[in-house]
Each structure stands twice: as structure tokens, then as C-alpha cells.
Ligand binder design. Structure first.
Ligand SMILES: Nc1nc2c(c(=O)[nH]1)N[C@H]1C(S)=C(S)[C@@H](COP(=O)(O)O)O[C@H]1N2
Ligand SMILES: [Mo]
Length: 548
């Protein structure tokens, strides 16, 4: 291969800065790699810019990331949620950017030898983006455009300067073989022109890439921003207000989580790499499938229905023993059973499938919705319209079921169907189709590995068995006898219950505190540890503390 490697300087004594410079092979390779990176950057930037118009789901990195989430095998997903928690999406994006950068470097090196081949690799990224965007369940044809544009722009941005770079180096090599004096003397001006052109083109491409990426993001966000529409929502007063919470639902123990979770602190679990932005004026909910009277409901029509307040604890099947994926809020919404009765559910139906704007499907056992529990189409959370991250403008909630079988965020479609006819998203991935919440209890105080003074130690925490209710919480120390904890006031079967317990006469040393709960049906939480997959974690939570 004709790379220059003469290591000499220009006539004026300064090292050549351009791609055909005399620092030799490594300089050229570095330039080639840089060209690859810049071309990939341009592709991403152009993709973002086009996605500002066609919608964020089609942006190449987001599309590939979303496809990766859908394709990831369940154990990997579980690992990601367990290890990175709600930062799992940031970690995924970082990974995609790193892999893209490495491949771009290689494409640049390849392009130096064979510009067309390098360009083809970058075009291949675009193709991957098109495939990923098209694979999304809520895909529309225009979602392919950002990746098509990205592939073309990136390929061109690598092919053309790579040819110039080759020209700048191979011409000179031909004119002045390495090691001979008078390097570049044959065609000095051509050489320098190509070199300068490559430099200018690379700089310009990098600038366009940055502009596209940043500008596209900003423009896209402003075009899809629904915060003004959200602020403009006027929530009607409830036709049925929730009773005030009993006075003593919360033991006042420092460090114990509050009874009602603030919206900002409420856990978030979903597959959305970019939050679906839905203007409520454009929102409509379709109710169809095995019903007598299919209906379409606008947001105004939904708000004009009698709305009810409901205090309810929502929890995730991916919650580990002792985990934080549970939260309690006061929701406001239209009762779901009345809407289904109005549509007229046909005999034989046993599943209600909720579909979200981003194509998530969540299947709820129809008998759970219609057995008298307070299933809602919620529009508000703790007195304000649903936060965008929690499903604005409308989500479903069915007490007693984990979120993945009941709580469709960004809900746009409800289909009455049969389990035999349709497997929703998580069921296709092996999760239990019912998703009944398992009894859970956790110790929050003392914190794990806390050092506490000897004597009487306050232990406190939270327990839930949504829609069955908590009857008993017990605590034991170092495997000793179970002692009943003091339960705070009962606010209802659909809510968690907080508890506290005084551990008398704690002696210095290391001790293990364990907790277990019993639901109102008398079922004691099982000791056997099972992971969240496929139907929710089981086992007793324990905390090790040092008494000093
Ligand atoms: N559209 C959509 N809705 C969704 C999900 C999702 O990924 N997409 N995840 C579900 C799961 S697994 C849970 S636990 C709850 C979490 O709701 P939250 O994020 O408001 O706490 O939303 C449910 N609804
Ligand atoms: Mo979940």
C-alpha cells in the first residue's frame, strides 16, 4: 500500500499538518480514522435533523436502541434493570455510541484503501437504522427517512474525502518514493490543494454534524414539546373524591419513605428511549375488538365523564426483594368497567389489551377489570395531569396487578380479545400473563450495614399485597422468634402499609434483621428466594446492621 513514510519535513521546516503530511503512515491512518468518525457523526447529525420532522422514534440511534431493547433476551434485560436501575437507558445509549464510534474508525481505515468499501460500511449503518425503525411495533413509513438520509450523507462524507486523501498521498508517493529527496516536488501544489480540501471538508462536515445533531435535537424537542399543552389541561373536580388518608398511615421514623410518593420520586419503568409526546387535543382512545359498540373517545369526552379519585400502590414485577420499584399516588380517572360496559363486552372475551402510542402492548385479565375492583383510565397523579414519563395524557391502572399487565402508559387503544388470540409484549418474552402482585415487605430503617447504638433500635419499613391487603408484618433478629411489628393505619386493600418495630436491648455485634408479611387471606410471604422472572420475586428481605 502506498502510504508515505519518509518522516521528513517541508521545505519551510515545519511538519506538514495535512493528511498527506510527512509524519508518515500513522498520520494518514489517523486521518482516515478521523474521516470515518466525522462521517458517522454527520450521519447521526443528519438523522437527528430529519427526525426533528418525522418524529424522534426514527432517529437512527434511538431506533437501533429501541430495537436492541426489544430483541434483548430476558436475562440481559433483567441484568440491565438490576445493575443500572433507571439509568439502564443511558448505559444502552452510551454503548451504542461507543460501538458506532469503533465501527466508524474501522470504516475510515477501510476507506483509505478502498473509499467505496468504507462508504458502503457507513451506508450499512443507515440500513441498520432503517431496519430498526421499521421493526418498531408503532412504526410508520416516514420513520425510515432519518436513517436513509443518514446513510447517504455519511457514505458521501466518507467516500469523497477518502478519495482526496488517497490522491494526496498516493500521487506524491508516485512522484517521490519514500526516502528520496525532493518529496512532493513533482506536484506540490496539487498535493497541498487536496490536503487543504480534505482538511476543509472534514472541518465543514464535523460542523454540519454537530449542527445537525444539536439543532435536530432542539428543534425536534420544541416541535414535540407538550409541556404547554399539559399545563393547559384543566382537571375537573372528581365526582367521587378519595376519602382523606387515615391519620396514622405513616410511622414518623426518620429515613422511612413517605406514604404518598411524590411524582418526582415515583419509580419509572418502561421501554421508551424517547418519551412519547402526545398533545391531548390530538389524542383519542379507541375501544374495539370483541365489543358490541366500538367507540372512540377524545380527551375532552374522557374529562366529561364522571372522574374518580383512587389512592393506589403501583409496583413492578422486576422489583427485587427489598427493591424500590413501588410507589403510591392519588390518581384521578374514569372508571374503566363503565366504559367497557358501555361498549358491550361480548361473551368469550378474557383479555383486555392496552396499546400505547409507542407500540407497547399490555394484556390484562378481563375478569380482574370487571370483578368490581377500581380499575381506572387515569389522567392525573397527585393533583396534576400525569407527568409525561408516567403516561400523559392517559394511562390505565388495575389494582392488584403488576404494571406490566395493567398500567399502559401513553394509552391510545383498548382491544377486548382473548388470551388465545394475542400475546402482549411481555408475555411473548416469557413473563406470566396474569401478573398478580406478590406479597412484599421491606426494611428501610436501619439502612443496610448501618451502625446503630446498643439498646432499643427502631426498625421500620413498608409492605404491600395490593388488592389483597396486608394483615400482619413480623420481624425477627438473628433467626430468632418472629415478633409482630406495629402496623400503621390501614388505608385500603389497594395500598401499601407501613410498619415499625422496636427491637429491645440490641447488644453490640453484627445482627441480621428479617421481615415477612401476611396478606388478609392469611397467606404468609414465602421464604424461598425466587428472581423477578417470570412472575415476581419472592423471599424475605433482610438487613445486616452493626450494633455499637
Ligand atoms: N407504554 C408503556 N407502558 C408501560 C410500560 C412500558 O414499557 N411502556 N411499562 C409498564 C411497567 S413494566 C410498569 S411497572 C409500569 C411503571 O409505571 P411508572 O413508570 O409510571 O412507574 O408501567 C407499565 N406501562
Ligand atoms: Mo414493570
Amino acid at each position: 500500500m502506498g502510504c508515505v513514510s519518509d518522516g521528513r519535513e517541508r521545505a519551510d521546516g515545519t511538519p506538514a499538518a495535512g493528511p498527506g503530511g510527512r509524519r508518515g503512515r500513522w498520520t494518514v491512518l489517523a486521518w482516515a480514522g478521523l474521516l470515518g468518525l466525522v462521517a458517522a457523526g454527520l450521519a447521526v447529525g443528519v438523522g437527528e435533523a430529519v427526525a426533528a420532522f418525522t418524529g424522534p422514534a426514527g432517529a437512527p440511534v434511538v431506533a437501533v436502541g429501541s430495537a436492541a431493547i426489544d430483541l434483548a433476551p430476558t436475562p440481559l434485560k433483567e441484568y440491565a434493570v438490576r445493575t443500572f436501575g433507571t439509568r439502564d437507558k443511558a448505559v444502552l445509549l452510551l454503548g451504542i455510541h461507543t460501538v458506532t464510534a469503533l465501527l466508524a474508525l474501522l470504516a475510515g481505515l477501510l476507506a483509505y484503501r478502498r473509499p467505496a468499501a468504507g462508504a458502503a460500511v457507513v451506508a450499512g449503518f443507515g440500513g441498520l437504522g432503517v431496519w430498526a425503525a421499521a421493526s418498531r411495533p408503532a412504526a410508520v413509513p416516514t420513520d425510515a427517512l432519518p436513517s436513509v438520509a443518514a446513510g447517504i450523507a455519511g457514505a458521501a462524507a466518507l467516500w469523497w474525502p477518502a478519495r482526496l486523501l488517497r490522491g494526496a498521498t498516493t500521487d506524491r508517493t508516485a512522484a517521490a518514493p519514500a526516502g528520496e529527496p525532493g518529496d512532493g516536488a513533482g506536484r506540490p501544489s496539487d498535493d497541498r490543494t487536496s490536503r487543504r480540501t480534505v482538511l476543509a471538508a472534514t472541518g465543514a462536515t464535523a460542523a454540519v454534524a454537530a449542527l445537525g445533531a444539536v439543532g435536530g435535537r432542539v428543534l425536534g424537542e420544541s416541535r414535540t414539546d407538550v409541556s404547554a399543552a399539559r399545563r393547559a389541561v384543566r382537571l375537573p373536580p372528581p365526582s367521587r373524591a378519595a376519602a382523606p388518608l387515615p391519620a396514622h398511615v405513616h410511622p414518623t421514623v426518620p429515613g422511612l419513605s413517605p406514604f404518598t410518593t411524590a411524582n418526582a420520586d415515583f419509580y419509572r419503568v418502561d421501554t421508551a428511549l424517547t418519551l412519547p409526546m402526545i398533545d391531548p387535543r390530538a389524542w383519542a382512545l379507541r375501544i374495539h375488538g370483541m365489543v358490541e359498540r366500538p367507540t372512540v373517545l377524545t380527551f375532552d369526552e374522557l374529562l366529561r365523564r364522571p372522574l374518580e379519585e383512587m389512592d393506589h400502590t403501583l409496583t413492578c414485577v422486576s422489583n427485587e426483594v427489598g427493591g424500590r420499584y413501588a410507589g403510591t399516588a392519588r390518581w384521578l380517572g374514569a372508571p374503566l368497567p363503565a366504559l367497557l360496559r358501555r361498549a358491550g363486552v361480548r361473551a368469550g372475551a378474557d383479555q383486555l389489551v392496552g396499546r400505547s402510542k409507542d407500540g407497547m402492548t399490555i394484556g390484562t385479565p378481563l375478569d380482574a377489570v370487571l370483578d368490581g375492583r377500581r380499575a381506572l383510565l387515569a389522567v392525573a397523579m397527585n393533583g396534576e395531569p400525569l407527568p409525561v414519563a408516567h403516561g400523559f395524557p392517559c394511562r390505565s391502572l388495575v389494582p392488584g396487578l403488576y404494571g406490566y399487565t395493567s398500567a399502559t402508559k401513553w394509552l391510545v387503544d383498548l382491544e377486548v380479545t382473548r388470551f388465545a388470540a394475542f400475546d402482549p409484549y411481555w408475555v411473548r418474552r416469557g413473563w406470566d400473563r396474569t401478573g398478580e402482585v406478590r406479597t412484599a415487605s421491606r426494611i428501610e430503617v436501619p439502612a443496610p450495614f448501618a451502625r446503630v447504638p446498643a439498646g432499643d433500635v427502631t426498625v421500620a419499613g413498608t409492605a404491600w399485597a395490593t388488592h389483597r391487603g396486608i394483615a400482619v408484618v413480623e420481624v425477627r433478629i438473628d433467626g430468632g422468634a418472629w415478633r409482630p411489628a406495629d402496623l400503621s393505619a390501614d388505608a385500603g386493600l389497594d395500598l401499601w402499609r407501613q410498619w415499625s418495630h422496636t427491637w429491645r436491648g440490641a447488644a453490640p455485634g453484627t445482627h441480621r434483621i428479617e421481615v415477612r408479611a401476611t396478606d388478609t387471606a392469611g397467606a404468609v410471604q414465602p421464604e424461598a428466594r425466587r428472581p423477578p422472572f417470570p412472575s415476581g420475586a419472592t423471599g424475605w428481605h433482610s438487613t445486616v446492621v452493626t450494633v455499637v
